[in-house]
Design a protein around this ligand. Structure first.
Ligand code: GLA
Length: 728
């Protein structure tokens, strides 16, 4: 067991291999106070770190209780009683009174980790982790709060969530219920967040932590293209390899707040959870509210340590079977090849070309149902368009299977077009504020997925489609953000629950889908990467990274994504040229190299490729077969960033046994250089000898790491090399 309670000290201790997390019960009252989080400390008498003002009398006798609560580092802050920093929990009584503060009641420590009802979360058995359930209460409100902390045995991760139960006799309203808080001294912190927009998701932003509140958030109804439910606080001089990093990531796919606040005493409060804006949850007596899970990661060896922990945690404890360790099939998707303009023959032509080169799956994207030849109709009518596809999906899938390929399908279950049979029959199924015409985006409205009958109606159609043919993969898309967030089925005082109920509805549908089709490979998508978050990864082991398929733009998008998420989760395809996103022309080979580390595929009309390009495909697929597992299951090292140096980019993956290392080098912008680029590698075994596939040289891991690897001279822009080091 790696969680302990020291009764004398009244201190809880959570240990992971490289970190310790300490919670103290402060004062007689037992405020759950945060004492320490950082490098692992063996000592058992750490209460001195609480640093309470020695002149401060006990809370109850103090004439200055406000100052006490205002300064106390707190595990799960309430509001209205002297703590003016961001609160995790805000509660309103039936009379409209607003105040809340928690004190300790009891606790339990047990092996393993309970699941969160209706919500995605990391999993762990008794051999993987232990959990502290700290039960606190606000007696005046009759409110009980269970704070869950799971500490992993082999990973420097602590997962937190809270369950809030109304034990009183009157209804209460939660107006904020965040997942975790971390109060710390400022260690000359920088803050990293990931920002972006459609087609430019997850750009890395690093800045000095300033006074006041800063961070990332979404109120779009999805985790969003614009921000990630993530923040990292790191020492100002920390880099990839060195320095302390504290990171938070929310296992959730809707509105969120991830915020760090530097306070008057130069302390830092970091919080993460559901965004309080637009949130209000009514708790009748006896009812409970479960927050999503926050993942806290600590690294004492730079960003790389943080990244490795997230990657290992998500690969082992979030992504589900049977795809957890399974190689992901290479695929060709017809979207950028044909858009809506295809028929059976065209698809079979693409499939034949693909099968002949060894591609493993054809994915039929948007346009196969209703009368959808343009994007202004038919979402909601999940019936195959037999004009385009005579014989239906069964016939198509059979033909494709006969070529030795799998068949996959695109759907967008959360949406409805006003021009659809579904909408004509049930206009109330769409989110809308009565008296207002709902906002359309891409000619579509959002279904009120919080309603069981709406989920049932869409899911029944979906199940029929997926049962009608051998469909082994589904791309679940979601192409607009939420507006008009009102439901016909919620009472006035429950409308604030809708954003969250929507997300719960999506989770329920995906859970049901995977229960009915347990071997299905699900890939989530949201106009590209608008819902690339750990919540979605719980259901789908891979996510379409971005609608931007230009190889050069992808370098930065994939770099930001891989800061948290394993390479095995990133859909990455070789797309047409000039790029449909930005018109850039890049060599076919380079496009292959940029896509290689992710879930590899093609997104172009294979029948239009030159002989020379077609001839490259088997080699690209062979690289994916041989080295895909090194990228997907190994350790990822960011060796060089084009985003930073404006010249070249280098990703290194090292197999867990350190026998194979693969360097994916992209020479982006040529410049005159007297000396070649020298890249010190990382992660190898210093004593092992490795042979380079590029030069045949044999050198020790130490030489490749500390001396470095000399890059071949390259001329021209947008070229690249894959260099493999094999232990000899
Ligand atoms: C979104 C997706 C694309 C494609 C289209 C189809 O934009 O991100 O990959 O599936 O929808 O309409």
């Amino acid at each position: 067991m790696n969680i302990f309670f020291n009764e004398q000290e009244r201190v809880f201790r959570l240990d992971t291999p490289g970190s310790t997390y300490l919670i103290a019960l402060a004062d007689q009252a037992g405020f759950p106070a945060h004492m320490y989080y950082g490098r692992r400390i063996p000592d058992d008498n750490m209460r001195y770190l609480l640093r309470l003002n020695p002149n401060m009398p006990a809370f109850a006798d103090s004439g200055d209780q406000l100052a006490y609560l205002g300064e106390l580092p707190t595990e799960y802050p309430g509001h209205g009683l002297g703590d003016y920093r961001e609160s995790c929990l805000r509660v309103e009584t039936a009379q409209g009174y607003r105040a809340c503060n928690l004190t300790y009641r009891s606790h339990e420590i047990y092996g393993g980790k309970p699941g969160l009802e209706g919500l995605p979360a990391t999993r762990g058995g008794e051999e993987d982790c232990a959990t502290l359930e700290l039960v606190c209460a606000d007696e005046a409100l009759g409110l009980e709060v269970h704070l869950y902390y799971t500490a992993f045995e082999k990973l420097d991760a602590v997962c937190r969530s809270a369950k809030i139960v109304n034990r009183g006799g009157e209804a209460l309203k939660l107006t904020a219920a965040l997942s975790a808080c971390l109060d710390m001294d400022n260690k000359d912190f920088d803050i990293i967040t990931l920002h972006g927009s459609w087609a430019y998701e997850r750009m890395i932003q690093r800045r000095k932590l300033g006074w006041g509140k800063q961070g990332a958030s979404s109120t779009w109804g999805i985790s969003s293209h614009q921000m990630q439910p993530f923040l990292a606080l790191l020492e100002h001089d920390a880099n990839q390899e060195r320095g302390q990093v504290y990171a938070m990531n929310l296992v959730y796919s809707g509105n969120f707040l991830a915020q760090a606040e530097m306070t008057q005493q130069e302390n830092v409060r970091a919080v993460i959870g559901i965004h309080p804006e637009g949130f209000g949850w009514k708790l009748n007596p006896g009812e409970a509210f479960q927050t999503p899970e926050a993942v806290l990661v600590y690294s004492s060896h730079g960003l790389e340590g943080m990244t490795h922990t997230f990657h290992d945690l998500y690969r082992k404890h979030l992504i589900r079977e049977p795809w957890r360790n399974k190689p992901r099939p290479s695929l060709v998707n017809n979207w950028e090849a044909t858009y809506f303009n295809f028929d059976k023959e065209k698809l079979l032509d693409i499939a034949r070309t693909a099968a002949g080169r060894g591609i493993e799956m054809l994915v039929l994207d948007d346009g196969w149902f209703g009368c959808r030849d343009t994007d202004d109709n038919s979402l909601g009518d999940w019936v195959v368009n037999e004009k385009k596809l005579p014989g239906g999906l069964r016939y198509l899938a059979e033909q494709i299977n006969a070529m030795g390929m799998k068949f996959g399908l695109w759907v967008e279950p959360e949406m409805v077009c006003p021009n659809s049979n579904l909408y004509r029959a049930h206009p109330d199924y769409a989110l809308q504020v009565p008296g207002r015409k709902p906002m359309e985006a891409r000619h579509q409205l959002v279904l009120d997925i919080s309603r069981p009958e709406v989920r049932e109606c869409v899911y029944t159609q979906l199940k029929a489609v997926l049962s009608s043919a051998n469909i082994e993969y589904v791309k679940w898309d979601m192409n607009r953000t939420l507006t008009d967030v009102a439901s016909f089925c919620l009472e006035a005082d429950r409308q604030g629950e809708l954003f969250h109920r929507y997300v719960l509805g999506v989770y329920e549908m995906q859970e049901r889908l995977l229960a009915d089709f347990p071997n299905l490979l699900l890939e989530n998508c949201c106009s590209g990467g608008g819902r690339f978050d750990p919540g979605m990864l719980y259901y789908s082991p891979q996510i379409w990274t971005s609608d931007n398929t230009d190889a050069i733009d992808r370098l930065r998008i994939q770099e930001g994504t891989a800061l948290i998420y394993p390479l095995s989760t990133m859909g990455a395809h070789v797309a047409a040229c000039p790029s449909h996103t930005n018109g850039r022309v890049t060599p076919f080979e380079t496009r292959g190299l940029v896509s290689l580390p992710g879930c590899f595929g093609y997104e172009l009309d294979l029948t239009q490729l030159t002989e020379e390009e077609l001839a490259m495909i088997p080699g690209q697929l062979e690289n994916y077969k041989k080295y895909g597992s090194v990228f997907h299951d190994g350790d990822y090292y960011r060796i060089a960033s084009y985003g930073e140096n404006q010249e070249y980019d280098a990703v290194l993956a090292v197999s867990k046994d350190k026998k194979t290392a693969v360097l994916d080098y992209i020479h982006v912008m040529s410049r005159q250089r007297r000396r070649t680029v020298l890249l010190p590698l990382r992660g190898l075994d210093g004593e092992t000898l490795y042979r380079s596939s590029e030069t045949g040289e044999i050198r020790s891991g130490a030489a490749w790491m500390y001396g470095g690897m000399v890059m071949p001279r390259m001329t021209g822009d947008f070229t690249g090399k894959l260099i493999v080091l094999e232990a000899v």
